[in-house]
Design a protein around this ligand. Structure first.
Ligand code: 5AD
Ligand code: SF4
Length: 482
C-alpha cells in the first residue's frame, strides 16, 4: 500500500522501474528531492493549488493530483498565486471551456510576477486536439499539458516539467490501464468519492465524454473494497461510487460482476454508514439493483437518473436506448418499491430538431415523475459528436424560453417534493460550519437535501438526528432532536 512506502529509501540515481505503481513511487521520490533543493535555494516552502472544473469524477481526480503534490512537498493553497497551479478541466459544455481560457489569461499575468511558477493543465479539455493547439499558440507560458488517460503518471510528468523549460505535452488517445495504490488528498475527512469505473461506451449523440474519457473500464471489486476499507479506517463514513454509467459496472472484468453485487460487497464494510452512487443510465437499471437498494440499510434512497428528454423521438436521435414509456415504467417501479426514494435528473433543452411538442413531452415526464431536483442544461454543440453536424439547430430565443419554462416547473415541483419531510426527525451527516452563520452547521439528509441547524465544528463528520422545522425550498432549517 502507498502509505507504507519509504520514499527516502528509493535510489533516484538508478534508472526508473518499468512497473506501475513502483515507477510513480520512484518519480515521487525524485520530485521530492528536486523540490527540497529548489525550496532551500529560494528560502521558502513551495505552494501548489489544483482548481477543478466540472463533475465529481474530476473532483476525485483532483484529490489524487493533490495527493501527489503534497507527498512531493508542496504546501497546499487555495490561491492561484502559487508556485504550482494545475487546472483540471471539463469540456462537457462549451461554457466550461470558455471559463478555462478566461482564467488562463489571468494565470499568465501571475506568472510574470513569480519566475518560479509552474502552470499545468489536465482533464477532459486536453483530450481535444484543437484545445492543445490553441494553448500551444496563444498560451506559451503553460509548462505541462496531460490528459485523462495518463493522469496516473502525474509524478513522472511533474519531474519532467520541473527539469525542463519547454512546454511538455503528453496526451493519450485511450488506455486499458488502471493503476492502483497512488496517494489522494481528500477534501472532506468523512466522505469520499471512489471510482469504480472509467470511461463510457454509450455514445449519446450530443456527448463528448466517450471521446475524451475513452472506453469503459471497471476496477476489480477487490481493489474497490480495499480502498473503501482504507478510507473507513481513516474516518470516512460516506462513499460516493463514481462512474459515467455505474449500472454497466463489471461487464468487462475477467470475472464479471454486476453493480448490484458490488453494492452488496460494499455494504459489508464495517463502519461505513452511507453509500451513494452516480450516474445511473436508465437503460441499464436492473431489478436486482432496485431490490438491493430497497433492502439495504446503508445505500441512500437517492437516485440520479438522467432523463435528457421526454420525447421518444428525440431520445432515439440522442441514442439513449430507452423511450418515454420505458423511462416512466422504471420511475414508477422505483416509486412503488422504494416510496421514500428521492429522484433527481439531468435534462437537456434545445437538442437539434427539438419541437414544442418534443418539449411538452419533457414537461410531461417532469410532472409525472416529480423530481426532487433536476439539473437543466442548454444544449451545447460539441465538435466531433454526431449532434454537432445535425442541421436543424434550435434558435437561441426559443431555447431560452423553453429553458425558463422548464426551470420554473422543476423548481415548483422540487419545492413541493422537498417539503414532504417537514416535521420529521431524520439523521443528518454534518459537513461543515455554516458559511453565513457560525452558530449553525450544515449537513445532508440521506436523500441529499441540505439542512442547517444549531451546532459547532465538533459535529463535523457525525450523524445527528435533526427535527426538520422549516422547509425553505431546497434546504431545511432544523433543530437537533432531544
Ligand atoms: N450539451 C448540454 N448538456 C450536455 N450534457 C452532456 N453533454 C451535453 C451537451 N452537449 C449533460 C447531460 C449529462 C450531464 C452530465 O451533462 O445532461 O447527463
Ligand atoms: Fe455522455 Fe451518455 Fe456516456 Fe453519460 S451515458 S457520459 S451522457 S455518452
Amino acid at each position: 500500500m502507498f502509505e507504507h512506502i519509504d520514499f527516502s529509501s528509493i535510489d533516484v540515481t538508478a534508472p526508473p522501474p518499468a512497473q506501475e505503481p513502483e515507477r510513480q513511487y520512484y518519480f515521487i521520490a525524485k520530485a521530492k528531492k528536486l523540490l527540497s533543493v529548489k525550496s532551500s535555494e529560494i528560502g521558502r516552502p513551495l505552494t501548489a493549488m489544483v482548481k477543478t472544473f466540472g463533475c465529481q469524477m474530476n473532483e476525485r481526480d483532483s484529490e489524487k493530483l493533490r495527493g501527489i503534490l503534497e507527498t512531493v512537498g508542496y504546501q497546499p493553497t487555495d490561491s492561484e498565486e502559487a508556485d504550482f497551479v494545475l487546472y483540471n478541466t471539463c469540456t462537457v459544455r462549451e461554457n466550461a471551456n470558455l471559463k478555462v481560457y478566461g482564467r488562463l489569461g489571468y494565470l499568465g499575468g501571475l506568472k510574470k510576477k513569480n519566475p518560479h511558477m509552474v502552470i499545468a493543465m489536465c482533464g477532459c479539455m486536453m483530450q481535444e486536439a484543437e484545445v492543445v493547439d490553441k494553448i500551444q499558440k496563444s498560451y506559451r507560458f503553460v509548462n505541462l499539458i496531460f490528459g485523462t488517460h495518463n493522469i496516473y503518471k502525474f509524478a513522472e510528468l511533474l519531474v519532467s516539467a520541473l527539469e525542463n523549460d519547454r512546454m511538455i505535452i503528453d496526451i493519450w488517445k485511450d488506455t486499458d490501464k488502471i493503476v492502483e495504490d497512488l496517494p489522494a488528498k481528500r477534501t472532506y475527512s468523512f466522505k469520499s468519492g471512489v471510482n469504480i469505473m472509467f470511461g463510457c461506451n454509450n455514445f449519446c449523440s450530443y456527448c463528448i465524454v466517450p471521446y475524451v474519457r475513452g472506453r469503459e473500464r471497471s476496477r476489480r471489486p477487490i481493489d474497490i473494497i480495499r480502498e473503501i476499507e482504507g478510507l473507513v479506517a481513516d474516518g470516512v463514513v460516506e462513499v460516493m461510487l463514481l462512474g459515467q454509467n455505474v449500472n454497466s459496472y463489471g461487464k468487462n472484468l475477467e470475472e464479471p460482476v454486476t453493480f448490484a453485487q458490488l453494492l452488496q460487497e460494499v455494504e459489508k464494510v464495517d463502519g461505513l454508514q452511507r453509500i451513494r452512487f452516480m450516474t445511473s443510465h436508465p437503460k441499464d437499471l436492473s431489478d436486482d439493483l432496485i431490490q438491493v437498494m430497497k433492502n439495504s440499510s446503508k445505500i441512500c434512497h437517492h437516485l440520479h437518473l438522467p432523463l435528457q428528454s421526454g420525447s421518444s423521438r428525440l431520445l432515439k436521435i440522442m441514442n439513449r436506448k430507452y423511450d418515454k414509456e420505458k423511462y416512466l415504467e422504471v420511475a414508477e417501479k422505483l416509486r412503488r418499491e422504494i416510496p421514500d426514494l428521492s429522484l433527481t435528473t439531468d435534462i437537456i433543452v434545445g437538442f437539434p430538431g427539438e419541437t414544442e411538442e418534443d418539449f411538452q413531452e419533457t414537461l410531461d415526464v417532469v410532472r409525472r415523475v416529480r423530481y426532487d431536483s433536476a439539473f437543466t442544461f442548454i444544449y451545447s454543440k460539441r465538435t466531433g459528436t454526431p449532434a454537432a453536424v445535425m442541421e436543424n439547430q434550435v434558435p437561441e430565443e426559443i431555447i431560452k424560453d423553453r429553458f425558463d419554462r422548464l426551470l420554473a416547473l422543476v423548481q415548483e415541483i422540487g419545492r413541493e417534493m422537498s417539503s414532504r419531510l417537514q416535521g420529521k426527525t431524520l439523521p443528518v451527516l454534518v459537513e461543515h460550519v455554516n458559511e453565513q452563520d457560525d452558530a449553525l452547521v450544515t449537513g445532508r439528509l440521506e436523500n441529499n437535501l441540505v439542512v442547517h441547524f444549531p451546532g459547532d465544528s465538533s459535529m463535523i463528520g457525525k450523524t445527528v438526528d435533526v427535527y426538520l422545522k422549516e422547509c425553505h425550498g431546497f434546504y431545511y432549517i432544523g433543530e437537533p432532536a432531544e
